[in-house]
Design a binder for this molecule. Structure first.
Ligand SMILES: Cc1cc2nc3c(=O)[nH]c(=O)nc-3n(C[C@H](O)[C@H](O)[C@H](O)COP(=O)(O)OP(=O)(O)OC[C@H]3O[C@@H](n4cnc5c(N)ncnc54)[C@H](O)[C@@H]3O)c2cc1C
Length: 280
């Protein structure tokens, strides 16, 4: 977001958009695009527009290793957009984008949980029926541990996703729980699909089964809607700056403060810059 280069400027009653957006999911199929463009002198002075394809933008699909979230590059070659197509306030695009990005981040862990659950069902059924050296592979500890690890991580990701959804339902700021759930969920599903493929052995690697397709598809969940590294930056910054308290699931979590403000310590005094272990 911070590196937006697509620009918008006023021309009579219209806005004119010039630039490119790469990696836009389903951008080649879309009839409309919500476009956030820099509309002022500062990088964060951005405005959101609803732009009909008939207004003149073009798209080019981008080949990827997976079949989910098929992206395209969108080109805006002086596309004229009526002022009535501004979404929200002029200059309010950054704030809108941040809100939508957080939404995307809590959808992904739910998608990860669904995929991992399907994989684990398949892995268990296969472990119970595939016999090698006279016994089902599910009777071998090596296979049992892969199933157990997958179940533990799947349950953890499910609760993180649910906790995040609950936070949103309460109308509370969800940036932090969304980053936690997204980071963990995306990693979890990659590990579970990998174990499932391992449990299926050679069959798992073939195109006769959907596992190899999921293996390729879920990889992108660690990249889009903010990479693993970005989620780690958000999570650690929230804690280091005292924006978030560890394990805070209270009903009015974060209500009293703006999402990006420093949170006062419980005593009412400002949070210490470098709190020492064991000291409140
Ligand atoms: C299939 C697909 C669909 C997508 N759909 C959309 C979409 O619909 N809309 C949309 O807006 N975007 C979309 N994206 C873009 C996606 O959000 C970006 O690819 C992602 O945010 C990473 O940005 P980048 O590709 O520019 O990588 P870069 O920013 O170039 O990062 C490269 C690497 O460096 C790391 N890195 C970068 N900066 C730092 C830093 N400060 N500290 C530590 N590490 C850092 C990153 O984590 C990454 O590992 C999509 C991408 C893909 C692959």
């Amino acid at each position: 977001m911070a590196g937006i280069r697509l620009r918008a400027w006023r021309d009579g009653g219209d806005w004119v958009l010039r630039g490119e957006k790469t990696f836009i999911t389903f951008g080649d199929e879309a009839d409309y695009a919500i476009v956030i463009a820099v509309s002022g002198s500062a990088a964060r002075e951005a405005t959101a527009f609803l732009v009909d394809r008939k207004m003149g933008w073009t798209s080019r699909p981008i080949e990827t290793m997976g079949s989910w979230h098929t992206p395209a590059a969108l080109t805006f070659d002086d596309v004229r957009v009526p002022a009535s197509n501004v979404l929200g306030e002029v200059g309010g695009g950054w704030e809108l984008a941040m809100r939508w990005i957080v939404r995307g981040r809590y959808v992904i862990p739910s998608q990860a949980v669904g995929t991992a659950e399907r994989c684990l069902h398949m892995a268990i059924a296969h472990a119970n029926t595939r016999v090698t050296f006279g016994r089902p592979i599910g009777e071998r500890q090596a296979i049992q541990w892969m199933i157990a690890d997958s179940e533990v991580e799947l349950e953890a990701a499910r609760w993180l996703a649910l906790r995040c959804a609950w936070t949103v339902d309460q109308g509370q700021p969800a940036r932090h729980p969304a980053a936690v759930a997204k980071l963990y969920g995306a990693g979890m599903v990659n590990r579970v699909v990998d174990r499932t493929l391992q449990i299926f052995g050679g069959m798992g690697y073939t195109r006769d089964l959907p596992i190899e397709g999921w293996y390729r598809a879920v990889r992108v969940l660690r990249v889009l809607e903010g990479t693993d590294e970005m989620q780690r930056m958000i999570i650690s910054r929230d804690l280091l700056r005292g924006y978030e308290k560890i394990g805070d699931t209270s009903h009015d979590r974060g209500r009293a403060r703006a999402p990006h403000r420093r949170r006062p310590a419980l005593s009412g005094r400002p949070a210490p810059r470098h709190p020492r272990p064991g000291r409140a």
